[in-house]
Design a protein around this ligand. Sequence first.
Ligand code: GLU
Length: 463
Amino acid sequence: MSQVVTRIAPSPTGDMHIGTARTALFNWLYAKGRGGKFLIRVEDTDRERSTQTAVDKLFEGFAWLELFSDEPPVFQYGRIERHKAVVEDLLARGAAYRCWMSPDETQAEREAAKAENRRFVSPWRDRTDGDPGEPFVVRFKGPLDGDVVVRDLVQGEVRWQARHLDDLVLLRSDGNPTYNLAVVVDDHDMGVTHVIRGDDHLNNTPKQQLIYQALGWALPAFAHIPLIYGDDGKKLSKRHGATAVGEYADLGYLPEAMRNYLARLSWGHGDDELFSDEQAMAWFDVADVSKAPSRLDFDKLAHVNAHWMKLADDSRLARLTREALARRGADLWEGDDARLTRAIPYLKDRARTVVELADQAGFVLRRRPVELDERTRGLLDEAGRARLERLRRRLSLFESWDVFALEAELKAFAEDEGVGFGKIGPLVRGALTGGSPSPDLAKTLAALGMEESLGRLDDALST
Ligand code: GLU
């Protein structure tokens, strides 16, 4: 069998939708799991709606998701001459015709066809004597009867009656090729073997299939996958939460978690919830995708993300946390990366997203002397200071500054002081953090490191 080639073909007209990410992922998994190629084609032929900002967002989105094209991306508009040449070829083969119907005539025929429940028929279907100087469109000369049958890997066998398929416009009167023509030519020229796309394109498929056949080109396999819905079963929109890929990055999800989660929308491998790219590639078959739309569940996504956060490298999480803090306008300095990297292991098991990590990282980044909150100042009476002083001395002699040893040491200290831990925790934690949220005391000390911890205790003692 020849090499599998898949593609994602987004139109750059706005934000990159999460559905585009999922469709890209299925194409990528299918190709990569079979030693094939995954390609990106930007469908920028709609010159009014396509923007450079949207193109940039697409490539940022693909780069973030780590879904890279195996060949330089194709820009559809750049291939317009080729599309026009194929239209000429279809004309020469008698599979297309020039149609000089005026907009009014077209409208009238459209209404008549509807009223009589028949297909739209142009009087130019079998005529060639129009005036080439007058505006015309080129239409595909489709069959008048019989069925067009598409064998779809997800939807099964889908049948259309030819008498309902109008003669599709291939070339507009302004000389621009239409979407259905361009898609067929590009997929053919790019060697695409499997067209995996949203099921909103299913109705275009019989028309495209007829064009392939008229050109004598081999058909690719088609697979129309269901769209993503919101938790209420309605088509995903802003109302449900984030819809743009960039928003998910800003919400603190990791790309590997997104891939893992998105793969499970209308597809799955038994009950497996957490799996790697390699596993997904080995398991994924587009034929196993369900026809039913799936619902985006932010709780499940957070659960999957929490798993990948635990496996993620600490310095990477530190960098992402720093970026999240910078987006909030935090005033950061150069030492912060090292501090964050040291603190991450003690913070990450409580955080489901990078944003939650950033919420907790504040105490690590506070500058000495840390300003103490009122509660801590209240605890620093004479007895409190004396106790903190004794702990400071003890900790300064401490040799193994790790979380388990610190935990044992704090417990021993409380026992020696003859008090419960409740008498010690708030005081010490307040002195270290000024009252910012932080994990339990041993973790807070471990996250800050010895030098910083002792320094902060000194500062509190000297207030
Ligand atoms: N450009 C089309 C879209 O963004 C996709 C075309 C295709 O996948 O065939 O919906």
